[in-house]
Design a protein around this ligand. Structure first.
Ligand SMILES: Nc1ncnc2c1ncn2[C@@H]1O[C@H](COP(=O)(O)OP(=O)(O)OP(=O)(O)O)[C@@H](O)[C@H]1O
Length: 282
């Protein structure tokens, strides 16, 4: 089943076109990444998906529901971690998580709160008021609050901002585990190494999806570094990713006996994305 379906989605803020006709289909159980530079439209898209803003045009369905018209029904089934934690600063971490969980569930809430405190490594600070926590810890409370009612779809807007590398790795293990159990996770990020961990990646630029594929496929269809060693000197060029591009690039060498070694290595995801951005920006 498709968990998230978006067709022709547009959003205008005054004269700013934040989204310019987005089409997306995210299958259930997918770890789906949204990657794009500042202002690409990632947060606007996520807000439209959780029913936090009214689109200017197009349609959105999450679990078959309209996020605005069927908001109440949908809220039970989705979790949303906004970019800036929206927490009650005077309540403890545990109090916040119980508050958000209580809006959706009552049975087994106490046990579940302890479980998510553990998952986000907050047990030691569970009773401290949120205003005494660091930025990274507040992010963890916000993630725990989004997770507590075991939603079927989880929307995470840059969840690892301000989180240290060790905990970041644990978060990704958690996201992976959730998707293996059938949860759909849509996550926005700036970080290429995180993007590589997604099952599928949509690259946003100026309110448009400029690529949508598994990250490995993006890399394979991207450019490659060709290195040719001839008489002790190595020439390196960036070539296209198809076999024809490789043949073309090798033609001038004609496999002379002086060619001692040839190697091809795919460009990194970062290079592929930068070249996509440049192509679209031109
Ligand atoms: N409330 C608003 N009013 C006016 N313009 C807005 C508003 N929110 C976003 N925008 C504009 O819409 C565009 C998309 O912004 P958005 O926050 O969705 O991008 P983003 O990809 O999430 O960026 P970042 O990575 O910096 O969070 C930007 O040009 C931004 O300035």
């Amino acid at each position: 089943m498709t968990a998230i379906e978006v067709q022709g989605l547009t959003k205008l803020y005054g004269r700013t076109e934040a989204l310019r006709g987005i089409d997306l289909a995210v299958p259930e159980g997918c770890l789906f990444g949204l990657l794009g530079p500042n202002g690409a439209g990632k947060t606007t898209l996520i807000k439209a998906l959780v029913g936090a803003l009214r689109p200017s045009g197009g349609s959105v369905r999450v679990l078959g529901l309209d996020p605005l018209r069927q908001r109440r029904q949908l809220r039970q089934q989705i979790g949303y971690m906004p970019q800036s934690p929206a927490l009650y600063e005077d309540l403890s971490a545990r109090g916040n998580i119980a508050f958000f969980g209580g809006a959706h569930m009552s049975h087994g809430l106490d046990k579940r709160v302890e479980e998510v405190l553990e998952l986000t490594d907050l047990t030691g600070r569970a009773d401290d008021p949120v205003h005494t926590l660091s930025g990274g810890m507040k992010n963890r409370v916000s993630l725990a609050a989004a997770l507590v009612h075991s939603p079927r779809v989880l929307f995470l807007d840059e969840p690892t901002a301000g989180v240290d590398p060790h905990l970041r790795a644990r978060f990704w293990e958690l996201f992976r585990r959730l998707t293996s159990e059938g949860t759909t996770v849509l996550i926005s990020t700036h970080l290429m190494d995180e993007a590589m961990l997604c099952d599928r990646l949509a690259i946003l630029l100026q309110g448009k999806v400029i690529a949508d594929a598994p990250p490995r496929q993006l890399v394979e269809h991207g450019r490659a570094h060709l290195r040719v060693r001839e008489q002790g000197r190595t020439h390196e060029v960036l070539i296209g990713g198809t076999p024809e591009d490789l043949a073309e690039a090798l033609r001038p060498y004609g496999l002379r006996p002086s060619v001692e070694a040839v190697s091809v290595s795919p460009a990194s995801l970062e290079e592929v994305i930068l070249s996509l951005w440049q192509e679209v920006a031109q």
